[in-house]
Design a protein around this ligand. Sequence first.
Ligand code: AMP
Length: 627
Amino acid sequence: MALLQISEPGQSPQPHQRKKSVGIDLGTTNSLVATVRSGIEAILPDEQGRDLLPSVVHYIPEGVSCVGYEAAEHNSTDPLNTLSSIKRLLGRGVDDIKTLGDTLPYEFTSDEGGMPRINTAYGVVSPIQVSAEILRKLAGRAELALGGMLDGAVITVPAYFDDAQRQATKDAATLAGIKVLRLLNEPTAAAIAYGLDTEVAEDESQQRLIAVYDLGGGTFDISILRLSKGVFEVLATGGDSALGGDDFDHAIANWLRIELAMGETLDVVEQRILLEAAKSAKQELSQKEQVEIEVLETALVLTREKMHELIDDLIEKTLKACKRSMRDAKIDVNSIDEVVLVGGSTRMPSVSEKVTELFGLKPKCSIDPDLVVAMGAAKQADVLVGNNTDGDMLLLDVIPLSLGIETMGGLTEKIIHRNTTIPVAKAQEFTTFKDGQTAMSIHVVQGDRELVSDCRSLARFELQGIPPMVAGGAKIQVSYQVDADGLLNVSARELSSGVESRIEVKPSYGLSDNEITQMLQDSFSHARDDMRLRGLREQQVEADRMLEDLRAAIEKDGQSLLDDSELQCLHLALDELQQLRENSEDHRQLAAQIETVGKTSEEFAARRMDASIKQALAGLSLDDALK
Ligand code: AMP
């Protein structure tokens, strides 16, 4: 009889005992939980056999009354306490939600500049708490099905989620008592579900490019992924946060309105009737060539071809976004090896036909497009928890907007560029602006515009204790590190003295997908203006530096080293520079005057140099001076 069972460090005494892991697709409208059983991914349904969990939480004075389908039933009777679409608020600030005011009918309350909270019958709740309730419900469902506590979960997030939104998702999981193995980008999860990663592993030398086309009800996302030597990375993400199946419904409803000779303005009830008829006709047309629509006591026929005509320009918009993302990723459409379809609207034949046409490939669509993300997350969780060492892979994602630092003149210096693969660490050296400067303020910003005021402020901190040196003497290395979950760590270090300061960027709110799209669009359309403004700001900073230095020098040595006419000449040149600094919008004009002042003050600078050498040598013998 064995008295002792000895196991290697890190190995379980029962090596065949599987750990309990799940993948969670935390969606805006619906959420899902999946696991891997006997090597196959499966959605874990509720007791009634339903796969989806509506992302809805209902509050009563005692607390949460219900989550999911039951909660959604309270939508019309108790809207203020029935919270849905909470994912849109996760990681966002009070100012961000102002734009959502019309679409989310809740009573918000918040501390100035902080996280928005919602007033409910139970009291004030935060989006993180509400998301935690959804996650808790899914984890409970999984624990019941798997017969015990979960060892960990992979939770998916949109690829464009920023730092704050990712952090908020993680916080919600922690609050729900779930161990997060990793946050995984939704498109990456879809590619994993199709096993595209393992196909590559068989041929190590090959790289494959995958486009994940995700068209849901309200949003469109395109992601370009690359698989190479067992490394999985997202090269680019793009899309349109206000384009989806709901827009198709509106286009069809509008056609119905015209066919029924109804007026331009409809009341809310008429609108809802037309939209519902449009939606069900659209969905039926995914199986049939034509449908009969009975609406407001009239029967109409809609063919697939006619519907295609109505929504064609909307589909075209998605294709344009695909092309833009491929440009971002610097790849040609012909080099895409696989296309994966995600989201309910990709069930439409006209969508998959257009996608096939664009990429010249038949897209992968055999897995239910509503379940595929959760399936991929489950597969990844199974690997991360240690159940499947064969499928070990490294997943890399990208950051959606550039991360930068504020420099003089309110300009953004990008340190990590948009679409850079994470994890990533980059450092850049900066220096001091003034003589004797002992502190430097570091302002971390996110965005692709040239001016800080057009970017988003993520954090500020100060590096203190820089040894006093002449301006430009100190060498301050600022390092940005983004971990695999997309969280940013910034540190600043003065290289000669080693003084260091660091900050982990955990902003209390984030950017919405709409804003990210908007910021990117702005950065494209304002690129030329921004470059002009950057040029101007740079010259203004140079002018300020010159004015300050020369005025100090004149005050100290002007009388002794310059005659009256020289002094007057220099003053005139400086006044002209000051005047242009204040009023000119033309950076070339300002640069020309900076050069003029430089030339006018050359002789003065030379005399000052001589004078200071003479002073340093005064009283020294030649031998002393040469020592
Ligand atoms: P999702 O956000 O991924 O759940 O997608 C929801 C969208 O998919 C809605 O606009 C639905 O109308 C649309 N959808 C679901 N099933 C179908 C179908 N069979 N044909 C066309 N659209 C569909």
